[in-house]
Design a binder for this molecule. Sequence first.
Ligand code: HEM
Length: 478
Amino acid sequence: MSKTEQTSAVDSLPVPPQNPLPFRQQLKAIRQFHTGCEVLRDACGPVTRLKLGPKWLMPRIVVATSPQAGHDILGVSDAITERTQMHAEMRSLIGANLFDVPHDEWLPRRRILQPLFTKKHVRDFGGHMAEAADTIVESWGSAGEVDLDTECRHLTLRALGRSVLGLDLDQQADRIAEPLKVMLKYVSDRTASPVRLPDWFPAPSRLRAKAASARLRGLAAEVLRECRDDPNRDAPLVRALIAATDPETGKGLTDEEIRDELIVFMGAGHDTTATTLAYALWQLGLHPDMQERVRAEAAAVGDRELTPDDIANLGYTVQVLHEGLRLCPPGPASARLVMQDIEVDGYRVEAGTMAVFGIYAVQRDPALWEDAATFEPDRFRPEVARSIGRWQYLPFGAGPRTCVGDHFAMLELALALATIVRRTEIRSSAAEFPMEVPFTMVAGAPILARVAARPGYTTENATGSAARPVSADNTVSP
Ligand code: HEM
């Protein structure tokens, strides 16, 4: 079909139906990126239009929750479905990075960074995760009850520091976790707000966000400087960024670009990985039979630290993670700004619309999944998983802007889950895993579980600190 024929075919399509829910319910739903998309779908169908304000104040919003819509929104060139206001807000605060730059700047950046995150390359970054998980488990000692969410945040920060940045972050969670939280909340609040003060206005929230961003930039710049000064410093990701070049032009990244990418890797990789691990541990703490399968698989590797080479033998552990990511995808929705009229699952979505694709909604849709709400890792057995549609399971997104860190995250997660379960028996005390979406989806309350060292594993040689106390506001207490 020629471009003109395509355009007239799109022109002849109907616009998506207006969502019938009252204004307040629509507003509430769009602010709850996870369950909100389900609410909107249940009221109107898989592609629905919202009107939350006049055009000059807010872009039109279309929320879509069918696999075909995922293909039509995320699968096309990101020159057609571009970055949104949220990405612009992030860029104005922390600078240009792979996540927030628009198409023209993104293409060469992705060419440079993609090769760093191949399955083969991430083995250089992911290897320290098992050691970090061992240390965390040792720190539990006879703790009895822990908050899985706090512990997993601590663990991912420790692994990130040790294996990626060459930093000991054990006593310094505040240097990354706190400023990230302040900054991402500001970006999220500002994006959701129909009325925004100009950037130059010294609103207290902006000043706090700018201070947080300055702290992160300072930390990233310090890591980079120290790596350049000390060639023996073990910081594989920073070294890889320094060495990376565009295969087409041979150009590398400037120090400012490396600094800003490091910040987004910390932001994109910390909460997401921690929440996935906490959710998987919580589910295993409710399902002793599944926990035993993970334990047996990890124990069969032998009584030594797990390495990236062992992943091939941790098939069920990986299935548990996939099923966890299905029910609890830390990126529950992806938004794009539509640059030209496009077809989305049989409807015409007009240029200027913000198209939101509900990943959480599609991954839990009872029309697509048998017993959709049930945690069942065996649905990801290789012979069964083949029949899962590409656009109905996409916890790492899909299309050109798919997650660059997916192999890295899965490697770290599998090593961490197998290491913890091999050494510790977990019984979840929390009956629910409440979720909220301050930016990515995280646990909305402490996830309490009783932990006990398994016979044969002792905590006598513990090198870690005591387990962190459970905090009411769910933050990391170093
Ligand atoms: C369980 C862990 C993770 C999940 C569930 C996850 C999920 C996602 C999703 C859904 C997207 C696409 C967003 C969109 O469509 O707008 C994305 C993009 C991205 N992720 Fe991840 N992510 C994870 C871990 C990581 C890690 C460990 C890193 C880096 C070290 C990372 C870096 C990025 C970056 C840079 C992008 C933007 C890619 C681009 O636009 O080219 N993520 N992630």
